[in-house]
Design a protein around this ligand. Structure first.
Ligand code: ZN
Ligand code: ZN
Length: 405
């Protein structure tokens, strides 16, 4: 049953009105009564001279609104279902990615374990002594008692000759000085101890190095994962993503390599020459831009990030009368250094909020979560820009939001 005010049981509750039928509703702003339902008696009593509507009209209004509400609810449900399905699908894809990555690591690890095993085998074989001939000798006398009564001299000769040859080989001397006929001498005992020491030394060193190698591998992969893996691209769930423009607009060639849907620009050519990297789209009027960058400044040198007009192209950096920026030497507003205590560093996270609202244009900058400047500006037709001097330095857009004001 649809909720409706047109109920027969809706009778006046005002004492003395003997349950007369409700016919109106008081919409008078001056009315102090908490019960706004009126019967024919109320009109001359508690709601006398008040502004009223017919209960039928109120009911129609509510019913119309109720219908819209129901429709919206249905639409909302459908939208939520679509999003939920998409969410589920995305999560499944990530789970699959995780499995694939784990498999990849599993393969790599197994290959490495095999390589390591081969190395150990090499080492073990290198150290293992071959006593095969002496085992034959033992076998000849102990393993089978019968031949002792009537030994096979040619067989025993072969075994003895092999032992002789081997002893000769290992001692490296002439047959007369062969070690094979002697009991272990003092010299060979020393040699044995030396070998043991050497082996222990190799193994101790290896263990130490291997432990630090394992530690390094873990921190490498951890760092790699944190820096590069599953970083939300800035254009997810945004109508427009951020892109750097792939062309130069000054006299220089384009010295950058763009990646991550053109949101990351790495200076790859012409070390020492400052050139500008410009956003593809000009900032629109009456918009609020929120943009987060990661600064790659491992190779030092000048680095600017901010906004500027096309005119800064020939100047090759953002320290001009046509630009505002945060740099490695301060916060620059139209070539005026507002705060030279600010210096951009490697791995800094720079967040800019830029308003292009008519009469309220501002440039707000944060470094690693700390507000460092809020400057009003009056330039028109500006672009988000960066300028980098040295190769291998980079700028990456991590988040980008553009909303009309
Ligand atoms: Zn009444
Ligand atoms: Zn009233």
């Amino acid at each position: 049953m649809e909720p409706s005010l047109e109920l027969d049981s809706l009778n006046c509750q005002h004492p003395g009105h003997s349950g007369s039928q409700i016919i109106g509703f008081c919409i008078d702003e001056k009315c102090k009564e908490s019960n706004k339902f009126t019967c024919s008696e109320c009109i001359f009593d508690v709601h006398s001279l008040h502004k009223l509507v017919k209960i039928k009209e109120l009911n129609n209004l509510i019913q119309t609104k109720y219908k819209v509400y129901k429709q919206n609810l249905e639409e909302e449900k459908k939208i939520i279902e679509v999003y939920k399905a998409s969410e589920l699908e995305s999560v499944e894809k990530i789970e699959k990615l995780k499995k694939d990555v784990i498999n990849e690591i599993e393969n790599k690890t197994n290959n490495f374990i095999q390589e390591l095993k081969n190395k150990y085998n090499e080492l073990i074989n290198f150290n293992a002594k071959d006593f095969a001939n002496l085992k034959d000798y033992e076998e000849f006398f102990i393993g089978n008692a019968a031949p002792i009564q009537n030994p096979d001299h040619s067989k025993l000769s072969e075994i003895c000759f092999n032992i002789y040859k081997e002893g000769n080989k290992s001692s490296g001397g002439t047959p007369s000085e062969g070690a094979s006929t002697e009991k272990p001498s003092k010299k060979s005992k020393e040699q044995k101890e030396k070998n043991e020491q050497k082996n222990n030394f190799i193994l101790d060193n290896f263990k130490k190095e291997f432990d630090s190698y394992i530690k390094d591998q873990f921190s490498n992969i951890q760092k790699y994962i944190n820096d590069n893996y599953l970083i939300m691209p800035n254009n997810f769930f945004n109508s427009k993503g951020f892109e750097w423009c792939e062309q130069t607009y000054s006299g220089y060639d384009f010295f950058y390599e763009l990646s991550n849907n053109k949101s990351k620009g790495v200076k790859t050519l012409s070390n020492g020459t400052m050139t500008i990297l410009r956003a593809k789209e000009m900032l629109e009027n009456n918009h609020l831009y929120k943009i987060k960058f990661k600064i790659g400044l491992r190779n030092n040198g000048d680095f600017d990030v901010g906004i500027g007009t096309e005119k800064v192209g020939d100047s090759c950096w953002l320290r001009t009368k046509e630009s505002l920026c945060i740099s490695n030497t301060g916060v620059l507003n139209l070539d005026l250094n507002m705060d030279n205590s600010i210096t951009l560093r490697d791995k800094d996270i720079v967040y800019l909020e830029i308003s292009t609202e008519e009469g309220n244009k501002y440039f707000e900058g944060h470094i690693n979560g700390k507000l460092i400047c809020k400057l009003d500006f009056y330039l028109d037709n500006v672009y988000i820009m960066a300028a980098i001097r040295n190769t291998n330095n980079y700028i990456e857009v991590l988040e980008y939001k553009d909303s009309p004001l």
